[in-house]
Design a protein around this ligand. Structure first.
Ligand SMILES: Cc1cc2nc3c(=O)[nH]c(=O)nc-3n(C[C@H](O)[C@H](O)[C@H](O)COP(=O)(O)O)c2cc1C
Length: 197
């Protein structure tokens, strides 16, 4: 299997004012550093500036949004594997996450996607299960193992560390291991032959 370093992009899905997402994303990017020794690319959808309306078929975005769309495109294209940090809104994932998926297509192809979720009692797992078929439609493969935080706002201390760190740390390690497995396998496969889209 390919030994080339794997580039992981962590997508911070919540973009609302006052969001909790950065606490979860910061904790998870630290797990990636700890476990892989590498620096993930944190794509914060609040800062990305993607428009919420898609362009007409066959056209490209114009004006000031074009640069924002192109910048995210480059970062997604450069990534070999993705982790989506998503909350649960009304038993699913936020519109911001659907928006970034819909803006792009080839950038997701033949790459693995894993999830870190958070929410109330369900820990955001309903958002994750709704995301799996969507990523399948854009030719990505989703990783079985997840990290989830139930009642997330009560699960972290003031320094952004989980109150019960061992369980989430082990879950993150297993999920990252499997993301790396898929990431290396698909990186090698894409290098051997272009993905048939
Ligand atoms: C519009 C909306 C709908 C929500 N629906 C759910 C839900 O169905 N299940 C759940 O567990 N939490 C739900 N929540 C709670 C969120 O998971 C929680 O507020 C979380 O912190 C949101 O992430 P964010 O702060 O990063 O935006 C909802 C929150 C919002 C804003």
């Amino acid at each position: 299997m390919s030994e080339k370093p794997l580039r992981i992009a962590v997508i911070l899905g919540s973009d609302r004012e006052g969001r909790f997402g950065p606490v979860v994303a910061r904790w998870f990017t630290e797990r990636v550093r700890e476990h892989t020794g590498g620096e993930p690319d944190l794509i914060d959808l609040k800062e990305a500036g993607l428009p919420t309306s898609l362009p007409a078929y066959g056209t490209r975005p114009q004006g000031e949004v074009a640069a924002a769309v192109a910048a995210v495109r480059e970062r997604l294209r450069a990534a070999d594997a993705f982790v989506v940090v998503t909350p649960e809104y009304n038993h699913s994932y936020p519109a911001s996450v659907k928006n970034v998926i819909d803006w792009y297509n080839a950038e997701w192809h033949a790459k693995p996607v894993a999830f870190v979720s958070y929410g109330g009692l369900s820990g955001g797992l309903r958002a994750v299960e709704h995301l799996r078929p969507v990523f399948s439609e854009v030719h990505a493969t989703t990783v079985r193992d997840t990290v989830s935080f139930h009642n997330a706002w009560g699960a972290f201390d003031g320094d952004g560390q989980p109150l019960d760190p061992e369980g989430p740390r082990l879950a993150a390690k297993l999920m990252i291991d499997r993301l790396l497995w898929w990431g290396h396998a698909l990186q090698e496969a894409r290098a051997k032959a272009p993905y048939a889209a």
